[in-house]
Design a protein around this ligand. Structure first.
Ligand code: HEM
Length: 505
């Protein structure tokens, strides 16, 4: 009797065990299919099919051009790419709503910080909440101070006189010497941001690799991180990362190199002392002891300052190659303000050059350095144009497309016309929500003024001293994927000196 009861008990246990197991399996399969359904990996609509097969590339040079085409066609100026779970908008009212009115519902979000986490860590670009507030406050103290403009001006002037001008002069002296301006601008922007943010001349760093090897690592890491966001499911890159395969292996190696650079920057700053220094890094070092956190902050500022300024300058010179009349107008304006002087302009003189200011803004309208920027909706929401946004949806505003919308800029929206920013010779800024080239609202770029001052002084010193002739016949840029716009193949130019050189280093 006893043995019968125990065998009954055993079979009951097995039965319930099996039942429990099959319920668990069915439930998991059910959740997985719900998850896949929500991801819509196989959506068959025209836009998704075009995205998944890359067939847009037969008609458009760049993904951003195809998105622009779709957004221009959309009556609400908003589209949804189902396979990516991504709502993309070029509507200024939506942009204001996301970046200001309901800022707290549109953080960068976890999916974004996971994608960029390996490169940016907890740096300002990649965090929300308290960590963002802290870094923003610290950086604003530095970037918002009254003395900042003259400091930026001084650093950029030295960098131009001692680096940029001699480099271009030497290229100009060579028969048929071709130079890649994109490369030159990256080097300039990198040196400039190192001096400014870390108080360090990169030439003084004790590194086993050359700066151009680090630059390659930076470009690779930016490109490969951006490519993660383009895969239809995060599982694809996550599995590759786990197995250390292909692009993920390359990304890991690139980040290793970048870490060497960041660590050396921190070591040098420590050796030189930071208690009494006023640069950004010294400020952070005064309150943070966590080395990894400091590394993340260094990387974020390098990304912020190097790639954006270099990208904006490259597109500016690309646009000027097509519009010699604009180069002439900039030279004429500067001649009126500065006379024939060979010296670099002063800050006050640059303030008297609205045409230059307009030309730079116009160039960034058509070629913003950050072509699109994404947030993730925390809760279900409805955008001002009536678009429903489900919780967890990626919502992207697209400055590249926004600069090309007829509703915003008129029928000549695709033409390069600096005059559209001027009224009776005075520069009129646009609403940052219509022109979110530096973002807008609560997370607006902190380096805008600094970037504009540096870019103006570079543009003026190069245009007044040299003539440029592009060494490429194709002036419609193809962009390489990356966090900031990079022209594939660079901007090769032939440089000629206009007058005799006077470098005061
Ligand atoms: C032409 C040059 C520049 C452009 C077009 C530009 C554009 C932008 C954009 C679009 C963002 C928002 C990015 C995002 O949240 O994902 C941003 C943020 C930021 N930028 Fe810039 N930027 C430029 C130059 C600079 C420079 C030179 C610095 C530094 C010194 C800088 C510092 C920052 C910082 C710290 C943020 C983060 C702000 C925050 O999250 O609160 N930027 N910038």
């Amino acid at each position: 009797m006893e043995s019968e009861t125990s065998s009954l008990l055993q079979s009951l246990q097995t039965y319930f065990g099996l039942l429990f197991f099959s319920i668990t399996i069915s439930f998991s399969l059910f959740s997985l299919s719900l998850f896949l359904l929500r991801l819509k990996l196989w959506c068959n609509c025209d836009v998704c099919r075009c995205y998944l097969t890359s067939s847009w590339s037969s008609e458009f040079d760049n993904l951003c051009d195809w998105y622009t085409h779709l957004l221009r066609k959309s009556p609400s100026r908003t589209i949804h790419i189902h396979v990516l779970g991504n709502t993309v908008t070029a509507n200024p009212d939506n942009v204001e709503y996301m970046l200001k009115t309901r800022f707290e519902n549109y953080p960068k979000g976890k999916p974004f910080s996971v994608i960029l986490g390996d490169l940016l860590g907890r740096g300002i670009f990649n965090v929300d909440g308290d960590s963002w507030k802290f870094q923003r406050k610290m950086a604003s103290l530095e970037l918002g101070s009254l003395s900042i403009r003259s400091y930026v001006f001084e650093i950029a002037t030295t960098e131009i006189q001692c680096g940029l001008l001699p480099l271009l002069s030497s290229a100009a002296g060579k028969e048929d010497g071709v130079l890649d301006l994109q490369d030159v601008f990256r080097k300039f922007a990198f040196d400039n941001i190192c001096r400014f943010s870390f108080g360090i001349d990169p030439g003084c760093l004790e590194l086993s690799l050359t700066m151009s090897e680090f630059a390659v690592a930076f470009d690779q890491a930016s490109r490969l991180s951006a490519e993660r966001a383009m895969t239809s499911s995060p599982w694809i890159w996550k599995i590759k990362r786990l197995l250390n395969l292909g692009t993920e292996k390359k990304l890991k190696n690139a980040i290793k190199l970048i870490n060497v650079l960041a660590e050396e920057v921190i070591t040098q700053r420590r050796k030189m002392g930071f208690a009494t220094r006023q640069d950004l890094l010294s400020r952070f070092m005064g309150t943070i002891n966590d080395e990894k956190y400091l590394r993340d902050i260094v990387i974020s500022f390098l990304v912020a300052g190097r790639d954006t300024v270099a990208s904006a300058l490259t597109s500016f010179f690309l646009v000027l190659a097509k519009h010699p009349e604009v180069s002439k107008a900039i030279r004429d304006e500067s001649d009126r303000v500065m006379g024939p002087s060979q010296a670099l302009p002063t800050y006050e003189q640059m303030r008297e050059m609205p045409y230059l200011q307009a030309a730079l803004h116009e160039s960034m309208r058509l070629y913003p350095a950050v072509q699109f920027d994404s947030k993730f909706a925390q809760e279900d929401d409805i955008l001002p144009d009536g678009t429903f946004v489900r919780r967890g949806t990626r919502v992207t505003y697209h400055p590249y497309a926004m600069g090309r919308m007829e509703q915003a800029w008129g029928p000549d929206s695709l033409e390069f016309k600096p005059e559209r920013w001027l009224r009776n010779g005075v520069f009129y800024p646009e609403s940052p929500f219509k022109y979110p080239v530096f973002q807008a609202g609560l997370r607006v770029c902190l380096g805008k003024e600094m970037a504009l001052v540096s870019m103006k002084i570079v543009a003026l010193s190069l245009l007044r001293r040299f003539d440029f002739e592009t060494a490429t016949t194709n002036l419609a840029p193809r962009f390489a994927p990356g966090l900031t716009a990079t022209v594939a193949g660079g901007l090769p130019v032939r440089v000629r000196e206009r007058t005799s050189p006077h470098h005061h280093c």
